[in-house]
Design a protein around this ligand. Sequence first.
Ligand code: NAD
Length: 489
Amino acid sequence: MTMLDIDGIAVSPDHYIDGRRVPSTESFELFSPIDQRPLGRIAEGLAVHTDAAIAAAEQAFPAWSALGAAERKPLLDRFAEEIGRRADAFCRLESVDAGVLLSRMRHGVVPRAMLNIGWFAQHALSLQERPIETEQAHHIVRHDPAGVVVIITPWNAPLMLSTWKLGPALAAGNCCILKPPEWAPLTCSLLADAAHAAGLPPGVFNVVQGTGARTGARLVADPRVARISFTGSVPTAKLIAQAAGANLVPCSLELGGKSPFIVLEDADLDGAAATGALMYRNAGQVCLAGTRFLVHEKVADAFTAAMRGYVEKLTVGDPREESTEVGPIIHPRQVERVQGFVQRAVAGGAQLLWGGAPHDFGAQYFQPTMLTRLQQTDEIVQNEVFGPVLTLQTFSDDDEAIALANGTDYGLGGVCYGATAHATAVAERVRTGFIWVNSFGIRDLAAPFGGIKRSGIGREGGDWSFEFFCDIKDVVVPKKPFKASFSHR
Ligand code: NAD
């Protein structure tokens, strides 16, 4: 298919398989969340494409895995550099395609995408052959690459999440097939250009575009696949886990959240309120946002007033404008979904503290919203909205705060504001994969990331990524000559 021209940036709508661009006879239309303008048609991944990509990855695997981490590192460093060389294109494309703030792309996402590749290439060097010495034997514990890896990512952070998985998977010596999100596939296509320019051997990194139900489902059901790394929603994860289970393929699942944002009686209310307003970042389409505010009843009015002050100053608008803080919702279907949640909550007796309606800026934009007067069993308290809609409940003591915090099926993250020792003690009792004390969003590639309960299975980051993407093998070499005996233990 012909190259797309997105505001002067040339980007391929085709797959990238075995080092070459491959078109499809079928395609789907792509729209910008900024204004719903059509951006062009994207290749649909048919059986012939998923087959070819898996075959290419299989074929590339022996040579790529045999290179070793030290020899892969310069190629992966070059991959990171090629991402950097295209920084402007990555930023502008993802802003138009996914509605992510251009400023956030420039200052946060693209530097992080480069780091995701470079950091894991470096970290892989430390994984080679960890010896364990016992009286009887030398144990050489190896991290062997698993083989063909399928990576499936969602639309809310395609570049960040794709590189977060690709970095360790490739550094470990696997060959990858990336299935980008159909609502925001463009930066994943550009990633293939960067990999190609870096000289990654054909078949090591493949991109198969397409819709989840067709292309994604075919990839995860293929028995040649050794690992599936998925970030997305709970219903999709269940389908993927079933397909993976049929072939006994390990899968890593990073899913949704309904994370608590706890404000204790002894919290710095202004600091908590300023951080609270950050939950509207990316129009609330952030898995790890603290979306359920749980505030001590004695400080609830003061906290609400402080947060309202910050929210009133938020600029909703075009994500390409430097001054914009809250951009669009990805898709009209998602706007409808967000509005439906709010309408049902209000009809059920919830009170709007602010927001609650579409934003004047355009059909894809929604007012930052806060609802209160809620029951723990209410739909909006229990379910992920994935839009700029938060809830506020009050509590009277720590035990009640913790019961409310733990009272959903999710367990991704959390935020806890209070006097440091007090907030830390409360945070330790909240059942989630991670929780920030008096802060939000501090991440390090060496630290574990992932959720519990419906928020996922497995951990990514640091050694945890490599444990997933590798087959851990123990090569046992006895220290004394081994004498075979049936009575030997
Ligand atoms: P989604 O589950 O609808 O889609 C995610 C990806 O899965 C897409 O690429 C899609 O094409 C693919 N897919 C869909 N059906 C498939 C199938 N049957 N087989 C294989 N692949 C299939 O999720 P979404 O709406 O794109 O993303 C939003 C969700 O992602 C939210 O729930 C959010 O919380 C979650 N998320 C989680 C994290 C995390 O790290 N925990 C990060 C970002 C987003």
